[in-house]
Write a protein of this length. Structure first.
Length: 246
């Protein structure tokens, strides 16, 4: 009975994988010279599974760590394990996170009229600690990056935007995450921000705002008090393009 359930579970993961391939073919492209070729033929997938399962069990690990397909799916992300052929010709598996839907996430470097940059003090569940960082969030279905950026600014800061500048795309973890996020610089109306984030931001773990000059932000980075990848990348792109003054 356990073997039957295991077989049904593997088939369900593969069926979900095939459905994802049909809806998101861009996530399964094999460009010329790819170091890891995604195997789409079922026989090849089975051989990759068997090869990886043998290696895992030899190390005392569960064979289902080699299961191919959609191994987890929820409201925010899909965890996919592909069958792959490595450059050596060996077969195996490679796991990655595929964001739900095709909308990019966005992160925004908010700049006040006097040139100061607004940071949020936000608690992040994954790291179990507080971070000084810029606003960011997932894209809603059908949203474009700029729409996501404006929505996140409104939800987390509630400050009007006078100009939104696209800084560029970001692959936040190219070894694990398949999606792309878009980075922006937003010029805000006025030179002030609310002292209290309010009930909405509080529910997202935001408990304070801080406006700093570009020099102060640079010092925070140099002191390693900011470790958020989106903030680091947005600052780097804005600085390289000469968009921060003062």
């Amino acid at each position: 009975m356990d073997t039957e359930r295991t077989t049904q579970d593997r088939q369900a993961k593969l069926a979900a994988y095939d459905a994802l391939r049909e809806s998101r073919p861009d996530m399964f492209v094999n460009p010329p010279g790819a170091a890891y070729e995604i195997l789409l033929d079922r026989a090849d997938q089975n051989r990759a599974y068997e090869s990886m399962a043998q290696r895992l069990t030899a190390r005392g690990l569960p064979a289902d760590y080699a299961d191919i397909g959609v191994v987890h799916d929820d409201l925010y992300l899909t965890l996919v394990r592909d069958a792959v052929r490595f450059r050596t010709g060996d077969l195996g598996t490679y796991i990655r996170v595929v964001p739900r839907g095709d909308a990019d996430g966005a992160a925004v470097l908010p700049v006040l009229a006097d040139g100061r940059i607004v940071l949020l003090r936000q608690f992040r569940h994954a790291s179990r600690t507080w971070h000084w960082e810029i606003p960011r969030g997932f894209g809603d279905p059908g949203e474009r990056g700029a729409e996501t950026a404006r929505r996140e600014l409104f939800e987390e800061l509630g400050v009007p935007v006078s100009e939104l500048v696209h800084l560029g795309p970001l692959h936040s973890d190219s070894g694990l995450v398949a999606g792309t996020d878009q980075l922006y610089l937003a010029r805000l109306d006025g030179t002030g921000i609310a002292s209290d984030p309010g009930p909405g931001p509080h529910t997202e773990g935001i408990d304070a705002y801080r406006a700093v000059s570009p020099a102060e932000l640079r010092d925070l980075l140099a002191d390693r008090r900011i470790t958020d990848a989106y903030t680091l990348a947005a600052y780097a792109l804005a600085t390289a393009r000469g968009l921060l003054t003062g």
